[in-house]
Design a protein around this ligand. Sequence first.
Ligand code: MIG
Length: 801
Amino acid sequence: MGMSHYNSISGYLNHEINATSIIFFTDKQKLRIQLLTTGAFRITAIKKEDSFFDFSYAVIHQKFDVINVNESKESFRIKHQNTVLIIDKNPMRLSFFNENGILINADEKAFGIAWDGEEVTNYKQLNDGEIFLGLGEKAGNLNRRGSYYTNWNTDAFGYGVDSDPIYASIPFFIGINNQLPYGIFFNNSSKTNFNFGCSNNRFSFFQAEKGQLDYYFFHKTSIPEIIEDYTELTGRTELPPMWSLGYQQCRYSYYPDKEVLSVAQNFRDRNIPADVIYLDIHYMQNYKVFTWNNERFPNPELMLKKLKSLGFKVVLIVDPGVKVEAGYEVYDDGIKHDVFAKYPDGTNFSGEVWPGWCHFPDFTKPKTRDWFGKFYEKHLDEGVSGFWNDMNEPALWGQKFPNLVEFDYEGYATNFKLARNVYGLNMCRSTYEGNKKARPKNRPFVLTRSGFSGIQRYAAVWTGDNTASEEHLLLAARLVNSLGISGVANAGTDVGGFVGECSIELYARWIALGAFTPFFRGHTMINSRDTEPWAFGEEAEEISRNYINLRYRLLPYLYSAFYEASKTGLPINKTLAMYHFQQEEVFDTRFQNQFYFGKSILVCPALPNKEAIKVYLPEGKWYDLFNDNIFDGNSTFYHETPIDKIPIFVKESGIIVMQKLIQNTEEKAEKLEIHIYNGTSNNSFELYEDDGKSYEYENKHFNKRNISWNPILKTIEISEAEGSFESSYKSCKVYLHGFENLSHIENKNVQFKLNYRDYNFVDPISNFDPFEKREDKSKTVEKLPYFDINWEKNKMKFSII
Ligand code: MIG
């Protein structure tokens, strides 16, 4: 047979060992192995004539361990923590095993790592029952087995539930083979393809159009540990400003100023909590970034001041394209500082987008990031609170940004082929850093459409121009879950759908789901019907109010989950696969949208116009959040889904912390609620508070306590508050769920009185009874026992008698 273009890595010739790496040479290639202190492996393969390239926008921390290799006649063996890498010599093929010699992941024996011109591919043996998860913002099913994906950040207006690619690229996935989870982060910013056994039954692969084959291999016994290691490498979502966890209202576009104020006023008049209102592209003068349209917004400062007094923050959209127009300050200044991406002949590239012909800042150049970042200060001075980076794929009319346009890439000079997928990441970095420089004490808030691995360090991600359809409602849950398992803890979708007309029932379902996503914002397209919570009639308004209320009541629980995310990288919304990948029900298309919200709440998205849906509950006992009915897990069953309720369960022994209802996050809640659910296992919850806006927590200016529940001893312990921040709560009610025949509560032999409250989580204050229309026969708990305590700093311990 003649030689094909295809060149697989060949036989071992010799090697070179340095303290923290080993490089193997073949006649045509170099293969380098490095070991990370977290237990991960880094594998880099290049052609012999090339040099290793160690700069990456995604990676921020990596420390390498000393490497020890055992050589035998046929192979090399490298043991690192709980993983053993065997490298066959002829040809050079890699296989990863656990300590017991069980195969986790192996190169396809014939093809391994191979080049075809510039394109490089790692073919991996496809194993029976192997499962694939993650890869960030990808449509499709939870289990990605049998699917194929491309990373090439794309403006995907009205994307379908299987469309690919869409806006962001996160080349990190989790595989499960022989019940052993592993992670692969393919660190290459060019167009990359992932085949998870699509159109073949022999291999999976990851492939790059250009650049090195450079990947990290993670193996731990659980998926959360793998996410921890991946986010140790690429960074974690830092604590967001508290206001950004409230309800946020957007539309394309609210204007003029009077309209904006009236939307804000409407929330207050109707007692629907909200924190943020967004200004989409019409606030600008001819869509020119960092300008205001003076007719629509003659006095932005005054408007912002009025909004502030109503308890509203404002987020402005900021696109990357800078209008080519002499006399426009941003353009003139950009030309002066030479910040735009250029053709190889040195002229600035122009592409057409909202403002008309535009130049595009080269955000891969540090100087450009500083330059663009500085413009935000003026908006901050005016009273704007956050920024929304849209169109940063980058999008333009026709969508075909020419590949030959050159980018600085941190001084490594390349073209669009390597820069596209990191353009949005670097725009957000510019925004984040610009905000931080202007207000060093303030946590920036940045929302982005596009991104790459590491985007979690700078921005929350929303999933772009989805559609008001039933299948998109379910996809919304999967996208947020997939982003979460891929390191992006803060994500959300356009509640109600961006494209198309949302129905009343669909809206009711989506707002219920949205209340349980980390980023919670209603948004819709230009010329579509209004989608504010009151736009769908009285019943939907009440349902919206209920779920938004619940969201605000859950803020201490949610904020504590964000604290955990900032420390560990674990997402807020966790696909059940993170914990129960052994259960095949988890991947069943009927149940694949279910997720944990925080540690103890399980949410089942539900389609509209359905009296009941089938749900799956993992092992253990589960409480219906709304009425405390108890269900046995490890089961699937139909659960009622009236228009005002989606199935939400609390895990036995769960601890849920809530606060008194507030209308926006500037209001002090003062009253805390701790809900303890009876169960059989010990559990604890770390309650975290701080000022919600600064970095003072770095100086221990926080308030952290551990709430633990021991069901055997029947004790609840609240540890002494750690940190210098004074809790915003004065008093606390401890609610006891699933307890029978209670006598009293004791604390150092002092007895606490038990009180009883009507049971209704969703709707603690309103007069509207969602059950008026249909009788809820399943309602079992009418009264819920609780006791009152003062929220003191010192340690507290209670026995339930
Ligand atoms: O070409 O700014 O995804 O949320 O409302 C459309 C207008 C540009 C796309 C965003 C959408 C936003 C819209 N933008």
